[in-house]
Ligand binder design. Structure first.
Ligand SMILES: NCCCC(=O)O
Length: 404
């Protein structure tokens, strides 16, 4: 399916919906709007970086899990798994591939009774939603995965149903291509100003000089979301936070698939290819960074991540880095959960922000939800009201205990 590049300028001066940010979140909302026969409006997506080299979507670890502490987050990931399996039907296009989850599971390791209790509580919540979470003693982990060193571990938690790796990049391609095929307009431009008249956003000003009239504006600006919100005079506690990823091969590949293992240190490592593995962790000082700063901290691998991984999995004492990168979380400093839906007063300004590292796996449900709200003025499939901005304004966290 060949699609042309993005034009720099929009074809019209007024749109029903203007989406600021054309990575996976903005593209999901655009696609679900384009897929709904009840929505008959015009949609413009404005993407400042059509190469997508700087967006969070391009730096993802592309994982999906049901091991969350909030039942709504569990249900959202379940929808993603259903959606990607049925992608050709959903896209109504036989060229779209079925995307299965590579179900090696996430294995959370607890090295103290407090965290073990959190895992037990989370397992109850997840199972109530249909997840197949299993709690494993140290001996049970050792029996299934003899390659771990587990002296300090008191409990593990794993789920192998719709949990592991999935191909988020392909879903992104299809959201974008299919939305464009159905008439959504994408432009390579940047929003530099929003005009507010009372409790409405009335204009969107582009770097190229035009000001467009708009019915609704969706902030899907990823790690730059606070800058976009500030143009409307809205404070938003979302900041770019760096996250490192390393892909490596081992001299001694494991004899079975490695789950996405969350070490108690916070370092995670998983199977990537047949004999390659992927690890990740935050910087030593986890603070906001400039959205153009993608520099690696090489000592973080040598002095931190690798020693931890090689202690947990002794076979990884001899390995070779294949590639590495730094990406950005759109980090919600209040509660590391999504901020979604209309601003309580400026109701034509919608948030799709703050996903804090689990956005890719939430993109289908979040796009569907916003498209429903834009079409009907309410969520229909899954009530996403709890992600609303009210809790931000009231400083009332929606705590998700399982953030990686
Ligand atoms: N960003 C890597 C972790 C993905 C997750 O939160 O499941």
């Amino acid at each position: 399916m060949a699609t042309p590049g993005f034009a720099p300028r929009p074809t019209k001066t007024s749109y029903d919906v203007v989406i600021i940010g054309g990575a996976i979140m903005g593209s999901s909302t655009a696609w679900f709007l384009s897929d709904n026969p009840d929505f008959t409006g015009s949609v413009l997506v404005i993407e400042r970086d059509p190469s997508y080299s700087m967006c969070s979507t391009a730096h993802t670890n592309s994982c999906i899990r049901q091991q969350f502490s909030d039942p709504l987050n569990v249900r959202i990931s379940q929808f993603t798994a259903e959606f990607i399996r049925a992608l050709p039907d959903r896209m109504r296009d036989s060229r779209a591939p079925r995307l299965n989850v590579q179900n090696y599971g996430y294995l959370y390791l607890a090295d103290n009774d407090g965290f073990a209790e959190v895992l037990r509580e989370n397992a109850v919540i997840q199972r109530a939603e249909g997840a197949e979470t299993e709690l494993l003693t140290r001996d049970e982990i050792a029996e299934r995965y003899p390659f771990y060193q587990l002296d300090d571990i008191v409990l593990g938690s794993i789920n192998r149903k719709d949990e592991g790796y999935w191909d988020g990049g392909t879903l992104f391609e299809w959201f974008r291509r299919s939305a464009r095929d159905r008439g959504v307009e994408y432009v390579a431009n940047e929003v530099v100003g929003l005009t507010r008249a009372g409790n409405r956003i009335t204009g969107v000003t582009l770097a190229s000089g035009e000001t467009l009239a708009c019915g609704h504006v969706v902030n899907a600006s990823g790690p730059r979301a606070a800058r976009t919100a500030a143009m409307a005079g809205i404070p938003l506690p979302v900041e770019p936070r760096k996250r490192f990823t390393w892909v490596f091969t081992s001299e001694k590949p494991l004899d079975r698939e490695l789950p996405l293992t969350i070490d108690p240190s916070g370092v995670h490592v998983r199977q990537d290819g047949p004999t390659t593995y992927l690890a990740g962790c935050p910087p030593q000082d986890d603070h906001p960074v400039d959205p153009t700063d993608f520099t690696m901290h090489h000592n973080r691998w040598l002095d931190h991540a690798w020693p931890i991984i090689a202690t947990r999995i002794p076979a990884f004492d001899s390995l070779r880095i294949v590639t590495e990168w730094a990406g950005h979380y759109a980090y919600n400093t209040l509660d590391q959960n999504a901020i979604l839906g209309p601003h309580p007063e400026i109701t034509n300004f919608l948030f799709q922000n703050g996903f804090s590292g689990h956005g890719l796996q939430q993109s289908p449900a979040m796009g569907r939800g916003l498209a429903e709200w834009l079409t009907y003025g309410a969520y229909r499939s899954l009530d996403l009201t709890r992600y609303g901005y009210d809790r931000i304004a009231e400083n009332r966290p929606m705590l998700e205990k399982a953030v990686i």
